[in-house]
Design a protein around this ligand. Structure first.
Ligand SMILES: Nc1ncnc2c1ncn2[C@@H]1O[C@H](COP(=O)(O)OP(=O)(O)OP(=O)(O)O)[C@@H](O)[C@H]1O
Ligand SMILES: [Mg+2]
Length: 562
């Protein structure tokens, strides 16, 4: 199971979205267009971040995975309602003044890896990292690790994108540009949906900006910046129309913009509606103190911090940065807590295995293999005894008998291999395999298992999908047959998924081919179609490929319908 920032029970979560009358008009962009690459350009204070927040709120409603890179510390307001009196969305804030988890410039790789593997909505606030170099160092490692590890759809919002993908890269930081380019230009197959926000289109790298499918142009005065948009128009849209719009841009008011999606035949001048969350990028008037929200949505940090610590532990080179000693110590403390959580998880796993072994031992017979019977310890020469289930043919096993392939691998590897072999030749993502094997995708256990399978050559991976190799199938030995009917498959998945996913899946499966919308599904289940619990259920189903979605309408995946 993947952890999700939205999985913990939370006081009042979802209250924000309960009132339909407060739902923003959708400024002409259909829901499916939110999965396009979007560029938002405009001068300082023209309303780019604000407009992007409106779209992000819509994404959060749909249970999408979203990571927002925020160099200015202006995105945390998503956690509260517009007037600050009720909770907003349970978005995890990494770094900055409103951090749930503090970050240092050394944590880029760990955070990138962790976000890539989890169902999370998060803000990565870099406003407190100290220097531009520290921010870049963080981002270079973050973008690289994220690119390497991400496999499933992820909206990556890069506010102030010119900082990371400048037209003229700063000497020594070409690598950072390379990683961002990789995500924006080649990341589609790895699930990346980049949204870029910039004041200065002229200084963003052309190869990056040119990739946008949709342009949102707010007030733009500098002629170089308008010229830079000309290059996008040349490649994507109508030149005459472009000329007219570029001429209009200097006169736009704050919050106004052109929304241009040539691929969807969409061009309109829009006023972006009020956002439903706290306006944390508001410019304070002289002498004004901005009110701080009284209530923030709660997030469950235990699992997140544990996953972060596990991701950090994979990188032995993580240095201790002297200038950030304080944050580092805080991080160590959080990591120590996380370690405890991981150990507790391991402990629970060991206890359950011990219980299985005891149960097996109770129903087993001990087979003497030599005379006299001397129980041998690992590593010692001599006869061995082995516990064998009574119904199996008795077999004498001695230390001279070569070990069967697949013995001696990590228990989690065994579980994964069995699950994969059971369903071969079907191919799964690692998340699906973990779910099928009854493992936590975020746990160290899963990681060790996966590592073992890869090292032993028992699995082959193509395009993020994994299947056992012939050696893997041999090592798996006899496995129970895979469920062959949709009903059996439904029962299997429901037994593996965390609540509320099983009841959602059952309700959807009962509808057969038909897409039903979130409200109808919620009515069947007697739930509200919003809030953390709801979103996590939908996200788990979606990320395991168990449902098909059409905006906020769902139906079960083919394997439950055939
Ligand atoms: N559509 C809008 N409706 C109401 N207020 C808005 C709107 N757009 C912007 N504002 C107000 O203007 C403020 C500044 O907008 P925003 O932070 O989006 O600017 P920006 O273009 O991102 O600027 P910068 O480039 O400096 O980050 C917002 O915090 C909000 O208070
Ligand atoms: Mg902004």
């Amino acid at each position: 199971m993947k952890l999700t920032a939205t999985s913990a029970p939370r006081r009042g979560a979802g209250r924000l979205v309960a009132s339909a009358s407060r739902v923003s008009p959708q400024v002409g962009l259909p829901t499916e267009a939110l999965d396009d690459r979007i560029a938002i350009v405009g001068t300082a204070g023209s309303g780019k971040t604000y407009a992007a927040k409106g779209f992000v709120e819509r994404l959060l409603e749909s249970g999408a995975r979203v990571a927002i890179v925020d160099p200015l510390g202006v995105w945390w307001g998503l956690r509260a309602s517009a007037d600050g009196s009720t909770p907003g969305y349970p978005v995890v804030v990494f770094g900055g003044r409103h951090a749930d988890v503090p970050v240092t410039s050394d944590m880029g790789a760990a955070l990138g890896r962790m976000i890539a593997r989890q169902i999370l909505v998060c803000v990565i606030d870099l406003s407190d990292l100290g220097s531009s170099a520290a921010r870049r160092r963080f981002m270079a490692a973050f973008a690289e690790a994220l690119y390497e590890a991400n496999e499933e759809p992820l909206h990556l919002v890069l506010d102030e994108a010119d900082l990371w993908a400048p037209q003229r890269p700063i000497k020594g930081w070409e690598g950072l540009l390379g990683h961002i380019e990789e995500i924006v230009r080649r990341g589609r197959v790895r699930g990346f949906i980049p949204w870029l926000i910039t004041q200065r289109p002229a200084v963003v790298h052309k190869d990056v900006l040119s990739q946008a499918d949709i342009l949102i142009a707010m007030k733009l005065t500098a002629s170089q910046d308008r010229d830079a948009m000309g290059a996008w128009i040349e490649g994507q849209a109508d030149r005459q129309e472009g000329k007219r719009i570029l001429g209009d841009l200097p006169r736009l008011q704050r919050g106004e913009g052109y929304l241009w999606a040539p691929g969807r035949g969409l061009l309109e001048r829009v006023s972006f509606p009020p956002i439903r969350t706290f306006d944390s990028s508001r410019t304070p008037k002289r002498g004004e103190h901005l009110a701080i929200p009284r209530t923030l949505a709660e997030v469950d940090l235990t699992a997140i911090v544990a996953a972060l610590a596990a991701a950090g532990a994979e990188d032995p080179r993580t240095p201790i940065g002297d200038p950030y000693r304080h944050a580092q110590l805080e991080q160590e403390l959080t990591a120590a807590r996380a370690r405890i959580a991981v150990l507790e998880e391991d402990n629970r796993e060991l206890e359950s295995r011990l219980a299985e072994i005891s149960a097996l031992a109770a129903s087993a017979v001990r087979v003497p293999v030599a005379d006299p019977v001397v129980p041998a310890f690992a590593g010692t020469k001599g006869p061995r005894s082995r516990i064998v289930k009574p119904e199996r043919p008795l077999r004498v096993v001695t230390s001279d008998t070569p070990a069967a392939p697949g013995t001696g691998i990590h228990p989690a590897a065994r579980k994964l291999l069995t699950a994969l072999a059971q369903h071969a030749p079907a191919r799964f993502t690692w998340s699906q395999a973990a779910t099928l094997a009854g493992l936590k995708r975020s746990g160290g256990h899963f990681n060790s298992g996966r590592k073992d399978l890869r090292a032993a050559g028992y699995v082959a991976e193509t395009n993020g999908l994994v299947t056992p190799t012939p050696d893997g199938l041999k090592a798996a030995g006899e496995v129970p047959p895979a469920p062959s009917t949709p009903a059996d498959r439904l029962a299997l998945w429901c037994s593996r998924l965390p609540a509320p996913a099983p009841e959602m899946l059952r309700a959807l499966a009962a509808q057969g081919e038909r897409f039903i919308d979130a409200d109808e599904l919620a009515a069947i289940l007697g739930k509200k179609p919003s809030g953390g619990h709801w979103n996590s259920g939908i996200a788990v189903l979606r990320n395991n490929g168990l449902i098909e979605t059409d905006g906020r309408r769902y139906r079960p995946a083919g394997l439950f319908r055939e």
